[in-house]
Design a protein around this ligand. Structure first.
Ligand SMILES: Cc1cc2nc3c(=O)[nH]c(=O)nc-3n(C[C@H](O)[C@H](O)[C@H](O)COP(=O)(O)OP(=O)(O)OC[C@H]3O[C@@H](n4cnc5c(N)ncnc54)[C@H](O)[C@@H]3O)c2cc1C
Length: 295
């Protein structure tokens, strides 16, 4: 039996040497040696059980910069692992379900708590791993527990065990993988929820660039958004190759055409360096680096 036969038998597709720029959100990145894309929770578990411990697990790659040198490891993509089960005021979501879709379901069923998250791209698994949030609302506010692949076993983790803090969770350090998560919401009028979600999305459209990006490059500092310092240093519009510091929001680097991951990375390092020199502030990266990068 070939190594991946059992994974394929459980509905996953396997793709060899696919270019990262054809699938990543930023449309950059070199060849990925093996991509395994399961289509069910069972398929995801089997994929995790039959891949090496150094595998990379990604959702929609909306926060992941894929190296131009490619990835020489197995990449498990959860984006085909979809489904939401509604249990009174709780939503049990498969790891690869889109956060956007979960927001739509919450609105339709009159469940409040996700309003500020409306408009954030990515998967439920990625959103929990990154503790995604906006306008003062965070995933940690609504996550109750998760089924996690940890050290080769499936375990139930409480919110506390997930160790979620600002744009971080213990999953990012341990390499444990969210399989399914339970979100706990509060009943409210669907029209009020719809209105709040609309407001969050329009605020986003007014302040953030529409071009391809990975969202915020750096985390907030203690006293200000990273964009404040980047703008203060006159870096809006600064370019390396086709990567550009957005003129609309300085904490976004956009792909203006044929940007490479290296362009993005170099521009990110340049911005960090200038802000450190001119403002004495050390910006912390929010974007996740996947593969090797050299300054
Ligand atoms: C236009 C734009 C706007 C954005 N706005 C916001 C915003 O307002 N707020 C915000 O917080 N973020 C924002 N982001 C960033 C991004 O959308 C979030 O971080 C999102 O939650 C990432 O989900 P993903 O599925 O794309 O994760 P990926 O980018 O695929 O992965 C991100 C990290 O999560 C890990 N991961 C993914 N799935 C799992 C899993 N199942 N189990 C364990 N670890 C996993 C990966 O290994 C990686 O380290 C924005 C991005 C874009 C492009």
């Amino acid at each position: 039996m070939e190594k991946y036969d059992i994974i394929i038998e459980n509905g996953a597709s396997i793709c060899y040497n696919r270019r990262g720029d054809s699938i990543s959100a930023l449309k950059t990145g070199g060849r990925i040696k093996v991509i395994i894309k399961p289509t069910s929770i069972k398929g995801l578990i089997i994929a995790l059980e039959n891949t090496c411990d150094d595998r990379v697990v990604l959702g929609y790659m909306t926060n992941a910069l894929i190296s131009d040198k490619g990835i020489d490891k197995e990449v498990v993509l959860t984006s085909g692992v979809r489904g939401v089960h509604i249990d009174e005021n709780k939503l049990v979501c498969a790891a690869g379900e889109s956060l956007t879709n979960v927001c739509v379901i919450a609105r339709k069923f009159g469940l409040s708590g996700m309003e500020k998250l409306s408009g954030i791209p990515g998967s439920i698994g990625g959103a929990i791993a990154m503790n995604a949030g906006a306008f003062g609302g965070f995933m940690v506010d609504i996550v109750e527990s998760a089924k996690v692949f940890h050290d080769g076993k499936i375990i139930e983790m409480s919110k506390e065990q997930l160790g979620m803090s600002y744009r971080h969770s213990s999953l990012l350090d341990s390499g444990s993988v969210i399989i399914e998560a339970t979100i706990s919401l509060t009943p409210n009028n669907p029209l009020i929820i719809a209105n709040s979600m609309k407001n969050a999305r329009s605020k986003r459209q007014q302040t953030q660039p529409l071009e391809v990006s990975l969202g915020s490059v750096f985390k907030k500092t203690e006293d200000n958004g990273a964009g404040y310092y980047i703008e203060k240093c006159g870096l809006k519009g600064c370019r390396i190759g086709d990567a550009e510091v957005s003129t609309k929001h300085a904490n976004f680097i956009i792909n203006t055409g044929k940007c490479t991951s290296n362009d993005y990375y170099k521009l990110m390092c340049h911005v960090k360096h200038i802000v450190e020199n001119e403002c004495g502030i050390t910006l912390q990266r929010e974007v996740r680096l996947i593969g090797e990068f050299e300054e």
